[in-house]
Design a protein around this ligand. Structure first.
Ligand code: GRF
Length: 207
């Protein structure tokens, strides 16, 4: 853990636009934190370049090189600890975490999901919302637990689904909100303004 208590480890697998939103919020000072390490399980993830541009160290760790999820997570923990990470942010990280990693960072791992949970869990949440005929979808930042897209909810933002939306147009509209929501949620956690009470997260001073 760091002295400041404000070092982030961001885990990605792809594009990294949420990582970029975090990096931008740090750069402008709207998020008082430091990104200590960006870890990707995919070597070709475009988000790695975003980290490099921001001068943030990166690590590629392919899950295929490990014989179990637990071993993979043990190595992730070593890397996070080496970089004195206080808070882990999953940003399009396409792996489920094992209890090994969850126990190493209790209530200190966040995820962002492109729907209003518990609706539309899993892959292609925006496609699911369009297909279902939902009139409203959105974005959710939640604490991570052992189940997929399941842990206590920190913040949500609703986004209307328009009649002519397809997966792409809805994804774009939701993504704009994700980029606002994630840095905000991270700030609340780092500032100690989010208190977990069972499934509920009570936000003090939440805006
Ligand atoms: C986002 O839609 C996020 O909600 C989901 O995966 C996507 C990642 O996008 N978990 P990006 O890599 O941050 O651009």
């Amino acid at each position: 853990m760091s002295e400041s208590g404000r070092v982030l480890g961001v885990l990605i697998s792809g594009r990294g636009s949420n990582l970029q939103a975090i990096l931008d919020a740090v750069a402008t000072g709207s998020l008082n934190a430091q990104v200590g390490i960006v870890l990707s399980n995919v070597a070709s993830a475009p988000g790695l370049e975003r980290a490099k541009q921001a001068g943030v160290p990166t690590v590629v760790l392919s899950h295929n090189e490990f014989s179990s999820r637990e071993e993979f997570d043990h190595r992730i923990i070593e890397i996070l600890r080496h970089h004195k990470v206080d808070l882990v942010c999953l940003a399009g990280f396409m792996r489920l975490l094992s209890p090994v990693l969850l126990r190493a960072y209790p209530e200190r791992i966040l995820n962002i999901h492109p729907s209003l949970l518990p609706a539309f869990v899993g892959l292609h949440a925006q496609r699911q919302a369009v297909k279902y005929g939902a009139k409203v979808s959105g974005a959710t930042v939640h604490l991570v637990d052992e189940d997929l897209d399941h842990g206590p909810i920190l913040l949500q933002q609703a986004v209307p689904v328009q009649d002519d939306d397809d997966e792409e147009t809805l994804s774009e509209r939701i993504l704009e909100q994700e980029h606002q929501l994630y840095p905000k949620a991270i700030g609340l956690v780092l500032d100690g303004k989010a208190r977990v009470e069972g499934r509920r997260v009570v936000i003090r001073d939440g805006k």
